[in-house]
Design a binder for this molecule. Sequence first.
Ligand SMILES: NC(=O)c1ccc[n+]([C@@H]2O[C@H](COP(=O)([O-])OP(=O)(O)OC[C@H]3O[C@@H](n4cnc5c(N)ncnc54)[C@H](OP(=O)(O)O)[C@@H]3O)[C@@H](O)[C@H]2O)c1
Length: 340
Amino acid sequence: MKITIVGCGAIGGVISGGIIEHNPVVVSKNNEILNAIKKNGLKVKLPDGKESITWPEIFSSIEKTKMRFDVVFVCTKANSVFDVVTDFVGFLTERGFFVTFQNGIVEGKLKDVLPQGKLVGAIVGFGATMHAPGVVEMTSKGEIVIGELDGKVTERVQVLKSILNNVIETRITTNIWGAKYSKLLINACITTMGAVSGLTLGKMLSYPQFRAIFRRILYEGVEVAKRKGIKLEKISGVSIHKLAASQREVENKLCLSKYYKDFIIKIIGRKYRNLKSSSLQSLERGRKTEVDFINGIIVKYGREVGFATPVNERIVSIVHEIEGGKRDISIENLRELISL
Ligand SMILES: NC(=O)c1ccc[n+]([C@@H]2O[C@H](COP(=O)([O-])OP(=O)(O)OC[C@H]3O[C@@H](n4cnc5c(N)ncnc54)[C@H](OP(=O)(O)O)[C@@H]3O)[C@@H](O)[C@H]2O)c1
């Protein structure tokens, strides 16, 4: 299988290093990354402390590779995926296809523009950071999940699994939409709330009123999923949807399960207290976030099934205002959600 990896940041870097024996061809439009890898190689550090330096072939554009590919691993942020797919589709072999590793759901939009069967969905359960161009670290472990959009276990996903097992344990799911949506729920509260508030997870979840917003974001997401027929899944051992507020809680009626969920969310905050939202890091670098593909999907699906999602809708517009320079990152942004 001739593989190209587009986007060589944290995830693309870790995957490129992991599958180096399959001779992936990396495409990076970021010149600093391109030059650093050409000069010093790609440095990857793993959670067990092991470090490697590899030398993947790297190009600044797909045209420069002068090759055709059986599979394109799309490892850019969600906002670039549509452009990447449009640029790369002409460089696929007849049986070639894309694998999308983004947080959030990009596949809905893509499946409308790609011929059928050209897309496999994936979820990345591990964490990764790029310390410097060409220097990446897998910061925490977690499985990769892959699956055909129609749920079939095909030969190509089995081959992919065996390739990606070189990065980290990889699982095939027959419910990739449910798996992607479940991962999206994690990011909808943890990543987006962290982005608008500027707080680490520990600090944010030390406030009871913010834990209530966390459950409320999940509540809207879970209710939308039920109405859309999305079957939610455990991701890396976590059933985040089980922490969603119940309807009774949202209606301010007595709800005992709320105390149990609140307690678990508090523990999550303590366990990952220093976690800084990746969307917060994007905002601090003046970049756009992936919010439209995360909370924005809950809002979109909510409209499709006629279920109101006021908290997700407001947090999406708060993020857009921050991206547009019309609002500051502040704890007040979360306070604004309390009354909804
Ligand atoms: N990092 C994590 O822990 C983690 C975990 C799970 C899932 N994910 C998901 O994985 C995806 C990638 O995240 P990441 O953390 O690896 O992001 P990242 O470090 O920002 O890497 C993305 C890379 O793609 C490059 N890129 C963008 N458009 C491109 C194009 N058209 N052609 C070639 N390269 C292009 C970017 O270049 P520039 O730098 O020039 O923009 C950047 O170097 C995101 O959807 C994220 O949500 C990340």
